[in-house]
Each structure stands twice: as C-alpha cells, then as structure tokens.
Design a protein around this ligand. Sequence first.
Ligand code: S3P
Length: 169
Amino acid sequence: MKKNIVLIGFMGSGKTSAGIRLSKSLKREFIDTDDFIEKREGMTINEIFEEKGEPYFRNIEKELCRRFAEPKSKIIATGGGIIKDDENVANLRKGGVIIYLRSTPERIAYNLRFDNSRPLLAGDNKQEKIAALMAERKELYERCADITIDVSNMNLDETLKKIYEVLGL
Ligand code: S3P
C-alpha cells in the first residue's frame, strides 16, 4: 500500500474537486471527510452543527483520522477545520503525505459566493468571517503541510498539474 494523499486547506479551496480528479486519474479510493460524516449521520453538516453541535462533529472527524493513520493508497479530502486537532494531524501524517491547497480570503469568498453549506460562515459578512478564521488558522495549515501549493490563481487543471509535479507523478 502506498501513502495516502491528504488534501488540507480552508473551506472552498478546492480540496474535494481536486481529490475527485486525483482519485479518478490515479485509480485510487477517494474519501471526503465531510461527505463521509454526512452519510454516516444521515444529516447535512449544517444540521449536525445545529442539532448536535460542533464538538460532536469534531469527534467524528477525530475518529475518522484514526483510521487514516495507516497508508492505504487513499485520496483524502479533509474538512477545513481538521487540522485544529494535533492528534488528527499526527494520524494524517502517519499514513499520508499532506498537501495544503493555500488560497486567499478573496478567492475563497468568490468560490463560496453562492454556498450556504458552511455553518461557520453563515449569515452576513462572509468575507470578513473567512478572513478572521483564515488568520487564526493560517500558521496551522502551513505547519501541518508536507507540501504547500498556492492555488489562489489556479484553476482545477492547473492545480492538478502542480500536484502531479510536486508528487513526481
Ligand atoms: C469546516 C470546514 C468544512 C466542514 C465544516 C467545518 C471548518 O469543510 O468540515 O463546515 O471548520 O473549516 P470544507 O473545508 O470541506 O468546506
């Protein structure tokens, strides 16, 4: 089994889209942690946050990360907050190579302009919320990453090309 390829980064930075494309071209299993949690709970992330609370969601993320500590050739797109927990980071690192898709608050706000599926960005002033959360997490993402790719000016094809290049694929 090869190492997992783990995509981290802020909401709306393109982890899921890149992960799906990678999994198709490399013929490796794809897991999106948010998608997995929604299916397991039979609820959307918004509903889970509202009805069960964020800590409940974070616990499931943590459980999932424990499973990813083994290299199993998976492509894993993570939720943007997964790196807030040191144990999660240690587990993801154990089993995989961690790629940070770095973007800017402006680009993220543009990508998410029609999106209402992120509870942490609900309500008015989305761009300010993004900027504040990003400032809080920026260093964490940098610190966790084995490889950082600045995708703020890239489309999906360019992002994929860069990922292949940095992984030597
Ligand atoms: C979150 C990011 C979301 C999702 C949840 C919380 C975060 O995932 O896990 O809304 O804390 O940044 P995406 O990064 O896939 O949007």
